[in-house]
Design a binder for this molecule. Structure first.
Ligand code: TPP
Ligand code: SF4
Ligand code: MG
Length: 259
């Protein structure tokens, strides 16, 4: 085995983190809280678009949540829609511009609470778009309130003692629901709390976008994202908290792959 000599400085200097950001990000500054998973989700989505050479002509449609603030920093055409309506707006864009790669970014509050019927009908119609869901189990942007994906026992701003099915009902497993629809071609659930999960999730995004290029139909990638602020946990515990709570209920896996 060839070992790298450690008695001399490396031939190449380490890269600064700031130099590793996607060229599609126009700034290295952002508004997210420390430990937030959403900027990681945005980064791998941008990397997937770049690596598939899909940037030119790509159109993103975003909902309302913390991720919405990032749109002014991304060098991709973006439309922001009313809460929950992104899949319907993306439908219109894709039908008018079938040559474009059309994707959405929504949160769990936006997609599964505020606009559930939009994504269900879009998937059932088999629209040839890619929906990306940042699932952190809370309305992060408004302070950490319970969403329909909050897991049983999860502490949120309005379930201080934990989500109780008797009072709050049961979570909706949105990706399983979408996968059960005949119109969906590819449905996967990733996460961004570990390096391995990030790499796997990026492959899921590339697969979904590639299938859209092939005209396969509706594709979706749910990404579990940390929200230490809305979960009321220390920043350093966000990843472990996710592994102990959401990931157990929503495992990282490919739920449907037509090919
Ligand atoms: C009709 C309507 N409902 C609710 C809100 C408030 N609101 C804006 S962003 C947001 C949170 C969205 O949560 P989510 O989509 O999960 O994104 P996150 O902030 O967690 O990333 C809410 C409730 C609003 N502005 N208008
Ligand atoms: S509130 Fe949560 S989702 Fe919003 S930026 Fe902060 S950590 Fe991220
Ligand atoms: Mg959320």
């Amino acid at each position: 085995m060839n070992y790298i000599a450690t008695n001399a400085p490396p031939a190449e200097k380490s890269k600064l983190v700031a130099n590793s950001h996607s060229p599609l990000l126009q700034t290295t500054e952002h508004h997210f809280c420390a430990g937030c998973g959403e900027p990681v989700g945005i980064r791998i989505l941008l990397e997937a678009l770049s690596e598939l050479s899909l940037v030119d002509g790509s159109i993103g449609v975003v909902g309302h949540g913390c991720y919405g603030g990032a749109v002014t920093t991304i060098d991709v055409d973006i439309l922001q829609c009313l809460h929950g309506r992104a899949p319907s707006c993306a439908t219109g864009i894709k039908r008018m511009r079938p040559e474009s790669t059309v994707f959405t970014i929504q949160g769990d509050g936006d997609m599964v609470n505020e606009g559930l019927q939009e994504v269900l009908h879009t998937a059932a119609r088999g629209e040839n778009i890619t929906c990306v869901l940042f699932n952190n189990g809370v309305f992060g942007d408004t302070g950490g309130q319970m969403t329909t994906t909050s897991v049983i026992g999860q502490r949120t701003k309005n379930s201080i003692n934990g989500r109780d099915p008797a009072a709050h009902g049961f979570p909706i497993h949105i990706s399983n629901l979408i996968a059960s629809l005949e119109g969906s071609a590819y449905v996967a659930r990733g996460a961004v709390h570990k390096a391995g999960a990030i790499a796997k999730t990026k492959r899921m995004l590339k697969r979904a976008l590639s299938l859209q290029q092939q005209g396969a139909g509706f594709t979706m990638v749910e990404i579990l994202t940390m929200c230490p602020t809305g979960w009321f946990v220390p920043v350093s515990e966000g990843g472990d908290y996710m592994a102990d709570s959401m990931e157990k209920i929503y495992p990282v896996t490919v739920l449907k792959n037509i090919a």
